[in-house]
Design a protein around this ligand. Structure first.
Ligand SMILES: Nc1nc2c(ncn2[C@@H]2O[C@H](COP(=O)(O)OP(=O)(O)O)[C@@H](O)[C@H]2O)c(=O)[nH]1
Ligand SMILES: [Mg+2]
Length: 319
């Protein structure tokens, strides 16, 4: 068994091995998960969480690495969480990302962690926030969460972040296609990366047009900016940081940050509760209580809704 109070103390002092150990405990759903989360609860809440999403190859890892450099220059401690929701293995697609992050590997002010979430009970919504909390409690000022993969997982990750950055690149028509499919709505800041390639201006214009289409903003509303970058050369990255800071200030001014964090915590509690409830009900298979209820439903003595109410009552009573 791990000595959780000592690990937490060491993590607060910024010891990378303690941080890594705590993340392993929470992502592996260890029996000590609850002890870890209880110990971290009063320590977390200081970090600014930025989600970095976009199609594979668009430059997320390169941009994340450049953002780490920019925040480090500003003296911030930075956590990076690379999440692969499609794979049960930490490795694979994330290996290339490790290479792109390698310049930060020896920096004690940077924590880099990959996690695969497919095999996880409750999936991404369950696993990522726990790791974010560890990095937060360890004193990270900024946590960058990069997802590998597309689709629903990106939307889920965006829901975990205070600010979502959506990356597009010219010549990747799928970028705008994905955008049309609804991912467009999740961006607080848009980045057209690979601006050294032909078509970056056209992509930015098209994006600007699309963002304008759904516009029914009132004064004071956030208008997502579009920043052009060449992440591979670090160009435009300071502008991205500025856009992030502006969004954060806007959220604080309008109570949006608190609102998002409330919604996030509510979702997290709900996910954990539903997962626990489902587990308990699953435990009832083969239990005579479920069989007894089923018999009464078959005999017409009980309707399935009342039976379900009784089942829920039974599993919540057992404490
Ligand atoms: N030309 C160009 N290539 C870039 C730029 N940024 C990243 N790349 C390259 O695009 C490829 C994919 O980048 P990566 O960061 O791994 O994308 P990810 O899959 O979204 O994380 C790599 O070969 C990068 O070197 C850029 O601004 N311009
Ligand atoms: Mg990547």
């Amino acid at each position: 068994m791990a000595d959780v109070p000592t690990l937490v103390e060491q993590a607060r002092q910024g010891r990378p091995r303690a941080v890594a150990r705590l993340i392993s405990l929470v992502e592996g759903a260890s029996p000590q998960l609850r002890e870890v989360m209880a110990a971290l609860a009063p320590l977390a809440g200081g970090a600014y969480v930025v989600g970095v999403t976009g199609s594979p190859g668009v430059g997320k890892s390169t941009s994340t690495s450049a953002l780490v450099s920019a925040y480090r220059r500003a003296g911030k401690r930075v956590g990076v969480l690379a999440v692969d929701p499609s794979s049960p293995f930490s490795g694979g697609a994330l290996l290339g990302d490790r290479v792109r992050m390698s310049e930060h590997a020896s920096d004690p002010g940077v924590y880099i962690r990959s996690m695969a979430t497919r095999g996880h009970l409750g999936g991404l919504a369950w696993a990522a926030p726990q790791a974010i909390r560890v990095l937060d409690a360890a004193g990270c000022d900024v946590i960058l969460v990069e997802t590998v993969g597309v689709g629903q997982s990106e939307v889920e990750i965006a829901a975990q972040a205070d600010t979502s950055v959506l990356l597009l690149a010219p010549g990747m028509g799928d970028g705008i296609q994905a955008a049309k499919a609804g991912i467009l709505e999740i961006g607080d800041v848009y980045v057209v990366n690979k601006a050294d390639r032909e078509g970056a201006d056209a992509t930015a214009r098209e994006l600007n047009h699309m963002l304008g289409l759904g516009e029914s903003r009132s004064p004071g509303d956030w208008r997502p900016p579009i920043v052009k970058t060449v992440a591979a050369r670090g160009e435009g990255i300071e502008e991205v940081v500025e856009a992030l800071e502006k969004h954060r200030a806007w959220m604080e001014e309008h109570g949006v940050l608190a609102e998002r964090r409330m919604r996030r915590a509510a979702g997290e509690v709900e996910t954990i509760a539903v997962t626990a409830l489902r587990e308990r009900i699953g435990d009832l298979h083969g239990d005579r209580r479920l069989g007894a209820l089923a018999e009464r439903v078959v005999a017409g003595g009980l309707d399935p809704y009342t039976a379900a109410d009784e089942l829920v009552a039974a599993v919540t009573e057992q404490g």
